[in-house]
Ligand binder design. Structure first.
Ligand code: FE
Ligand code: FE
Ligand code: FE
Length: 209
């Protein structure tokens, strides 16, 4: 592409490009989700994906409303980023046999998608503000809120993995003696590191005193 053939000449062009990019991305995500639902064996993960599929449909509808506000035809612009993220997720799913590992892989793949969406909605909100198109912002914000909520839910699901007790059936749990207060919060790698740092800094303060 030569210098004179560049299509994005203004912030407004960049805004339109971003909108079309995200419109394409949301449509690709909607096509990818049924496969992820099928692969998810964890009930909560599956329910989460099902909910987000319905939300994604609504998000596409909101983006169509933005096109309408801008008096433009809803049009997608190929987004290589979402194509890559979805392709990577699909390839990963093809490599995993174990159900538990599959669920963990699905969470990570889905979070990559949500994080991409979050950055793009953030940019569109900022650009719409700068361009004086505050009428578009509530639509973007509504979508962004759903992406962020989904991301948080996925984080909670992955953290639950560090506490396998939460997943055990009541009968299985009953066999084990009740845990004392101290061990109720099972150590995760993060918590262990945090505790270590706390001990180190306490030592330092002691030495200084
Ligand atoms: Fe979305
Ligand atoms: Fe993109
Ligand atoms: Fe999403």
């Amino acid at each position: 592409m030569g210098f004179f053939s560049k299509d994005i000449k203004s912030l407004n062009d960049l805004f339109m490009h971003g909108l079309q990019d995200l419109y394409y991305a949301e449509n690709q995500i909607m096509k990818a989700l049924p496969d992820m639902i099928e692969k998810a064996t964890d009930a909560q993960l599956r329910a989460g994906f099902e909910k987000h599929l319905a939300e994604t449909e609504g998000q596409i509808h909101r983006l169509r409303q933005v096109f309408e506000l801008l008096e433009a035809e809803p049009k997608g612009e190929k987004c290589p980023a979402i194509d890559g993220i979805l392709k990577e997720g699909k390839e990963l799913m093809g490599e995993i046999d174990d159900e538990d590992v599959m669920n963990v892989g699905l969470v990570a793949a889905a979070q990559a998608v949500e994080h991409y969406e979050i950055t793009r909605y953030g940019a569109l909100i900022a650009w719409a503000g700068e361009l004086g198109r505050s009428d578009c912002i509530p639509h973007f914000k509504a979508n962004l809120a759903e992406e962020k909520a989904t991301d948080l839910k996925l984080t909670a699901l992955s953290e639950r993995r560090f506490n396998p007790e939460a997943d055990k059936k009541p009968a299985e749990k009953a066999k084990k003696p009740a845990r004392s207060k101290n061990t109720a919060r099972r150590k995760t790698p993060q918590r262990a590191t945090a505790a270590k740092a706390k001990r180190a800094s306490a030592k330092k303060t002691k030495r200084r005193a």
